[in-house]
Write a protein that binds this ligand. Structure first.
Ligand SMILES: Cc1ncc(C[n+]2csc(CCOP(=O)(O)OP(=O)(O)O)c2C)c(N)n1
Ligand code: SF4
Ligand SMILES: [Mg+2]
Length: 307
């Protein structure tokens, strides 16, 4: 991996002055991922906060060629561009080494773009897909998605007298994509930047499809201060809510192995979207959530061969 000095000399491929909220995890995720690229990159993004706020016509914050996409087809678009590049290469019309990366939010990846992502991974395109997971459809007003955590309050899973936020568990997209048997699939967090940049480097280097699921907190939807983005992402990892791991050619590795996980409440308590869980009467929802985290952590450790 590049040293800090080398990284600091690399150009910033997403400029400042975009219209994402202050403290938004999405722009941090993009910057860290693009630092992992050592060749020219072509990027695309599904509709969502990242795309809407970084490309308000006629402006763009992207310093790499960028393709504006619909909500559901970022993976399909980038896979098509990669196929065109391969055809031009075969005809001898291009000889540059170029990498292709598609970004999508959790709504655009776990839900509406899952089919196009699955297809692109299965067809074996030489491309990277990065999901920036902020746990809801933030751009349209914080609606629940397949990535929204159990118990979280959103505008379509509100907390009230009948329900304590979202009643379902989040789907495990990283494992779903790993099950495509692609060369590289990983889970990362913007709080662990070295780990993330290293994973991006690997993803850009492998021959074939690569996928990285990046936890990218949204201060607005998580109801935390916009100076707390990194801290809350760190707690997600330290409590086991968001384990860091990678799957390389079927080999599972746990990248962050604390002696003991912090209690889940350390991650939940600072966030307004979980405030209701700390009111009397919701103790068993908290217990259930902690139980799910423990169970998933044990299963993951087994898969990674960790005692
Ligand atoms: C087919 C379609 N349905 C709905 C929308 C409206 N829409 C635009 S962005 C968005 C939410 C995106 O959520 P996510 O992918 O999680 O990204 P985030 O906004 O959280 O960054 C929705 C529902 C759309 N653009 N296209
Ligand atoms: S609403 Fe959330 S995801 Fe959207 S720009 Fe603001 S902080 Fe980022
Ligand atoms: Mg989202």
């Amino acid at each position: 991996m590049a040293t800090i000095k080398e990284l600091s000399r690399k150009p910033d491929l997403l400029s400042g002055g975009h219209r994402l909220c202050a403290g938004c995890g999405a722009s941090i995720a993009v910057r860290q991922v693009l630092l992992g690229a050592n060749t020219p990159v072509v990027a695309g993004s599904a509709t969502g906060c990242l795309e809407v706020s970084s490309t308000p016509y006629p402006f763009t914050a992207w310093k790499v060629p960028f393709i504006h996409n619909a909500f559901e087809n970022s993976a399909a678009t980038i896979s098509g561009v990669e196929a065109a590049y391969q055809a031009l290469k075969r005809k001898g019309k291009i000889d540059k080494d170029i990498k292709f990366v598609a970004f999508g939010g959790d709504g655009g990846t776990y839900d509406i773009g899952l089919q196009s992502l699955s297809g692109a991974m299965e067809r074996g395109h030489n491309m990277v897909y990065v999901c920036y997971d902020n746990g809801a459809y933030m751009n349209t007003g914080i609606q629940r998605s397949g990535a929204t955590p159990f118990g979280a309050a959103t505008t379509t899973s509100p907390a009230g007298k009948v329900r304590a936020g979202k009643p379902q568990q989040r789907k495990d997209l990283t494992q779903i994509i790993a099950a495509h048997n692609i060369p590289y699939a990983a889970q990362a967090s913007i709080s662990h930047w070295k780990d993330l940049i290293k994973k991006a480097e690997k993803a850009f280097t492998v021959d074939g499809p690569a996928f990285i699921n990046v936890l990218a907190p949204c201060p607005r939807g998580w109801r935390v201060g916009n100076d707390e983005t990194i801290e809350i992402a760190k707690l997600a990892v330290q409590t086991g809510f968001w384990p860091l791991y990678e799957v390389e050619d079927g080999e599972w590795t746990l990248n962050f192995k604390p002696k003991e996980l912090k209690p889940l409440v350390d991650f939940l308590k600072p966030q307004g979207r979980f405030r209701h869980l700390f009111k009397p009467g919701n103790e068993q929802v908290l217990e259930e959530f902690q139980f799910q985290i423990n169970k998933n952590w044990e299963m993951l450790k087994k898969r990674c061969g960790v005692e």
